[in-house]
Design a protein around this ligand. Sequence first.
Ligand code: SF4
Ligand code: SF4
Length: 297
Amino acid sequence: MGIIFDIQRFCVNDGPGIRSTIFLKGCPLKCLWCHNPESNLRGRQLYCDWQKCTHCGNCVSACEYGVHQMVNGKHTIQFDKCTVSEACIKVCPNQALGIYGEEKEIDEIVAEVMKDVDFYDSSGGGVTISGGEPMFQFEFVLQLAKSLKEKNFHVCMETSGFAGTKHYEEIAPYIDLFLFDYKATGDELHQELTGVGNALILDNLKMLLSIGKKVILRCPIIPGYNLSEEHLKMIAAISKEGVQSVEIIPYHDMGIGKAKKIGSDLFLKEVRTPEQTDVEEWIEFMKANGGRCITQA
Ligand code: SF4
Ligand code: SF4
């Protein structure tokens, strides 16, 4: 069994063709700009869609752990006290409450993604394993990747690169294409922005390329945080080291609403969303510094 929080069908941005993307829960990184904050915790967790909440107070009396409270007529939640008993969910008249995360057998997941096999075949697509950091549930993801390859799916994995090198070596034969993040240049800055250094990540990238794996480098660019000439030059340099291509992902604030749903304040408060012209300038700069196959995601 693994814990997943979504299976999205008909994805077109998670690798070639039309794909189904399986999102696994749990991640060892804490990127300040995370756009899937509901993936961070490995376990199941409560969420509240605040836009649906009418502050009726039904959940307050339903929860024996005191997670929900009414403060000056306003519903508040102490998420860290929640035991995920789900009693509150049943009494909410607006379906504002729910759980992120579900335990699933590999066979169930494979059966789900089989539904779209005709679309994968006609578009050159397949299945992408994402997260969170999928390698965080290593034994599960290894068996999942093996099962998907047994069915002859084209398998991509989106990864932060932060897991044991031996684990990447073990899973590599079952992954056709790695969508590999490169988040910041410099171990110290990487630590500051994501909670972990990047030495292991760079070692894993090198190892995957050395054994001939296909890798697309994915680079989130966050003005005021990881954007610098040094970083853009480093991306340009890596683009010449055997990766298939580089995708630049300009900052967007999609994660903020999701973070609020789970009571997290781990999100950036004052970032200017980059203009199209900014992204074009970055790409031009990288190309002028020898970068190849660099496009906007
Ligand atoms: S899931 Fe259970 S413990 Fe968590 S808030 Fe709801 S009733 Fe309380
Ligand atoms: S029961 Fe639903 S609508 Fe009522 S306060 Fe709780 S979350 Fe909001």
